[in-house]
Design a protein around this ligand. Structure first.
Ligand code: ATP
Ligand code: PAF
Ligand code: BAL
Length: 282
């Protein structure tokens, strides 16, 4: 039976005793309301480690004041069942006060690549992410941590933090899991109205169109970007935040499709902000 741990003290004690028995620890950080994207990470973790810890914590420091912290979906009972089915042994589910007690003043920040893409639209977001991920790594002390490439920039930021702070954890990026019709799975999809859910399909469709253009030999980033813009413009309910074609190693915009390229976008569909991307090797 999976165990829910709510205190840092108890979580650290469990990890210490498991490591003393020679066990390896895989870690899947989440904000809960799990779907198959999350459970795929748990399954990857289970294949490569003796025990798997999933954290469920809607982290307030990564939400801006006008963002959706209050309406972010939550369902611990269902998360418990899904985590257990996928093979996790522990859920770490602290309160906000446990993670950020009164007077809390310590933050971890990666500069540069956090100013781009989602970082440009959500100032302070990645500072909250790196701070909480750093804290979670201190508590769970995993051998490996699993992150979805749906949040491609988050993967790049965390990899940079781990490298530059000499942290002893292997970051394992995992592929995007999609609904049968192509929509990238996201906890926030539940907040889409049925009509908006349909409109949201244009996001993955526009990325597929970009992929086809590149596979057909088009290397002009501007042309591909314009094709994505035009495709999304077919859906009036979708308001683009950004569409960017960047080098995945540094997130710098490129003119010519070459090397490991990230095509990333963010858009509001109704009141819900969604992200999606594809990574191409050219
Ligand atoms: N569709 C997906 N495929 C693969 N990994 C995913 C997918 N959705 C989320 N993840 C990963 O799960 C981890 C936890 O993400 P999170 O709890 O924010 O879920 P989410 O569904 O991305 O939520 P939201 O889209 O509302 O931010 C992250 O590493 C994230 O990249
Ligand atoms: C990594 C993370 C759990 C930190 O709160 C969050 O940003 C997420 O769910 O991707
Ligand atoms: N998956 C990223 C969490 C967020 O949107 O805040």
């Amino acid at each position: 039976m999976i165990k829910i741990i709510t205190t840092i003290h108890e979580m650290k004690g469990i990890i210490k005793s498991k490591k003393a028995q020679g066990k390896t620890v895989g870690f899947v950080p989440t904000m809960g309301y799990l779907h198959e994207g999350h459970t795929s990470l748990v399954k990857w973790a289970k294949e490569e480690n003796d025990i798997v810890v999933v954290s469920i914590f809607v982290n307030p420091t990564q939400f801006g004041v006008n963002e959706d912290y209050d309406v972010y979906p939550r369902d611990l009972e269902r998360d418990q069942m899904l985590s257990e089915e996928a093979g996790a042994e522990y859920i770490f589910h602290p309160t906000v006060a446990e993670m950020y007690p009164n007077g809390y003043q310590t933050y971890v920040e990666v500069f540069g690549i956090t100013d781009k893409l989602c970082g440009a639209s959500r100032p302070g977001h990645f500072r909250g992410v790196t701070t909480v991920v750093n804290k979670l790594f201190q508590i769970v002390a995993p051998h490996r941590a699993y992150f979805g490439l749906k949040d491609a920039q988050q993967v790049a930021v965390i990899e940079k933090m781990v490298r530059e702070l000499n942290m002893d954890v292997e970051i394992v990026p995992c592929p995007i899991v999609r609904e049968a019709d192509g929509l990238a799975m996201s906890s926030r999809n539940v907040n889409l109205s049925p009509i908006d859910r349909q409109s949201a399909l244009i996001l993955s469709q526009s990325l597929m169109k970009a992929k086809e253009m590149i596979q057909a030999g088009n290397v002009e980033a501007k042309e591909i970007q314009r094709a994505i813009e035009n495709k999304i413009a077919e859906e009036s309910a979708v308001a683009v935040d950004y569409i960017k074609i960047v080098d995945f190693t540094n997130l710098e915009e490129i003119d010519v499709i070459k090397g490991r390229v990230l095509i990333a976008l963010a858009a509001k569909v109704g009141n819900v902000r969604l992200i999606d991307n594809i990574i191409m090797e050219a």
